[in-house]
Ligand binder design. Structure first.
Ligand code: 5AD
Ligand code: SF4
Length: 472
């Protein structure tokens, strides 16, 4: 599953939603749009598609929802607390709506899809509910609301990939961008709501992906992250069937856009990641040595009831293949604690898996039952909340040790860093990511600027951030 590979944004319903600001509109209709996104990278990427569709319809955007004519919130359903956060945010919008009754409030994305028209009953303030495959219908839905109706479109599609839509890059640093390469998910992991909210898996035209990467590179971008819930099952064929592209081949096509364009991707599924993908990563210097390979649990029985379709042994073998083919590769994971019926011994297997891999980064969650999922239908959510939390704390504590260990291993090494901008803490420092996706901090200098690659000698670390200086 996605919730992206950019650690700061992935799994991000834990973070504040972000307002997205549209810079230009071709045929300004005088109305202002405000969009806020929660959840995974795919949601942030989808908001860029929404912005593009509405820019064509004449909307300009604002970063201030109190002055907006339309307020959209692009939502996440992955865990219950993500939904709670969105509902709280909607309450905050209601004060603005009270002052400006003409204001349209829309709910987009996974929560819209999950709750459908029920949203309109539950949240009286909401005027429009739009699922992830229905964004082309937005101008029409807004017209309906303008005519005094409520509007809903939550139809899922087997074909929609928005391949022809040129996303408006929102709140962008002008250096790294997401490219959505597929939509939906066919995996049916038993805990996961995504197959229900984002529908069937479909892959986007490979040439439109490459064209988007080329356009981004020409516009000065230097890093793209290819997004899909399960990128390893990317499979596209031309209409006449003469051309077929798998994920390894797509990676290669994007890597060939320019050696100066870094390529990242997320998310890889342990059952599908092939040696062909690994050798392609190893072959191209600009395909980053970083794989987000969610394990979810280290125990084979739990993996089985999660319907992950691999076991502990298989996962370890894939990690060994990564180590063999790409020795310098960083690996990150997602872990769920306290899944239905998980015993203490099974939880210990997750901890021992962490010891085996020593992940660079991890996104760790306690199990949150989602209505309608196979797990909610078949299994009892029987691990008490305090046990789930205690197991989660154990997992987090172990990960801190491993992240620190992996960061420390980089001390004395020279990292190629793509400069993203000033560090959060000081205008005297730049920050950027290393090939292995570590955040690297180093002093600002005259000879380099955001968008440049520099070699940074790592001198020290915090838990997971590298600190150093630029060297030749
Ligand atoms: N409860 C807790 N975590 C979940 N995830 C997905 N569904 C749930 C759930 N019901 C986690 C998985 C997935 C990540 C994006 O979110 O670890 O990989
Ligand atoms: Fe990821 Fe599994 Fe959910 Fe698909 S069903 S999005 S693979 S966790």
């Amino acid at each position: 599953m996605l919730e992206l590979n950019i650690p700061s944004k992935e799994h991000d319903e834990a973070k504040q939603g972000q307002a997205l600001v549209l810079e230009a509109s071709k045929n300004n209709n005088g109305r202002k749009l405000y969009i806020e996104s929660y959840g995974c990278a795919m949601n942030f990427s989808d908001s860029e598609i929404v912005a593009s569709i509405l820019a064509d319809d004449g909307f300009v955007t604002t970063a201030d929802f109190t002055e907006a004519d339309i307020v959209f919130i692009n939502t996440c359903s992955i865990r219950e607390n993500a939904e709670v956060r969105v509902r709280n945010r909607l309450k905050q919008f209601s004060a603005s709506k009270a002052k400006n009754p003409g204001m349209i409030v829309g709910v987009l994305g996974c929560m819209a899809e999950r709750l459908k028209a029920k949203f309109l009953e539950e949240e009286k303030l909401v005027d429009v509910v739009v699922g992830p495959d229905a964004y082309r219908d937005l101008p029409n839905l807004i017209n309906k609301v303008d005519d005094g109706n409520k509007a809903v479109n939550v139809l899922l599609s087997r074909e929609e990939t928005y391949a022809d839509i040129n996303p408006v890059r929102l709140n962008s640093n002008g250096i790294s961008a997401f490219i959505s390469i597929m939509r939906g998910c066919d995996n049916m992991c038993s805990f996961c709501v995504v197959p229900f909210t984002r529908g069937r898996e479909r892959s986007r035209d490979a040439h439109s992906v490459v064209k988007e990467a080329q356009d981004l590179f020409a516009a000065g971008y230097r890093e793209v992250t290819l997004l899909g819930q399960n990128v390893d099952s990317y499979k596209w064929a031309s209409e006449d069937g003469t051309e077929k592209v798998n994920f390894a081949q797509l990676l290669e096509m994007v890597a060939l856009v320019s050696p100066d364009l870094r390529v990242r991707f997320s998310t890889s599924h342990p059952k599908d990641i092939t040696d062909e993908v690994l050798t392609t990563i190893a072959k191209y210097e600009n395909i980053c040595n970083y794989i987000h390979l969610p394990v979810q649990s280290g125990n084979s029985r739990v993996l089985e009831i999660m319907n992950r379709t691999y076991d502990r042994h298989w996962y370890m073998e894939r990690v060994e293949a990564i180590r063999r083919i790409i020795p310098e590769c960083a690996i990150s994971t997602d872990i769920i604690t306290g899944f239905c019926s998980e015993t203490e011994e099974e939880h210990q297997d997750t901890l021992s898996m962490m010891d085996f891999v020593k992940y660079e980064f991890a996104y760790m969650f306690s199990y949150s039952e989602r209505p309608g999922t196979p797990a909610a239908k078949k299994f009892k959510d029987d691990i008490p909340e305090d046990v789930k939390q205690r197991r989660l704390e154990e997992v987090i504590a172990k990960q801190q040790i491993h992240s620190h260990y992996r960061a420390q291993q980089r001390i004395g090494k020279i990292e190629k860093v793509l400069i993203e901008g000033f560090s959060k803490k000081s205008k005297n420092d730049y920050c950027g990511r290393s090939d292995q996706n570590f955040m690297v901090i180093f002093p600002v200098g005259d000879a380099y600027k955001p968008g440049d690659y520099v070699n940074v000698l790592v001198e020290k670390t915090t838990t997971a951030t590298l600190i150093g200086k630029v060297v030749q």
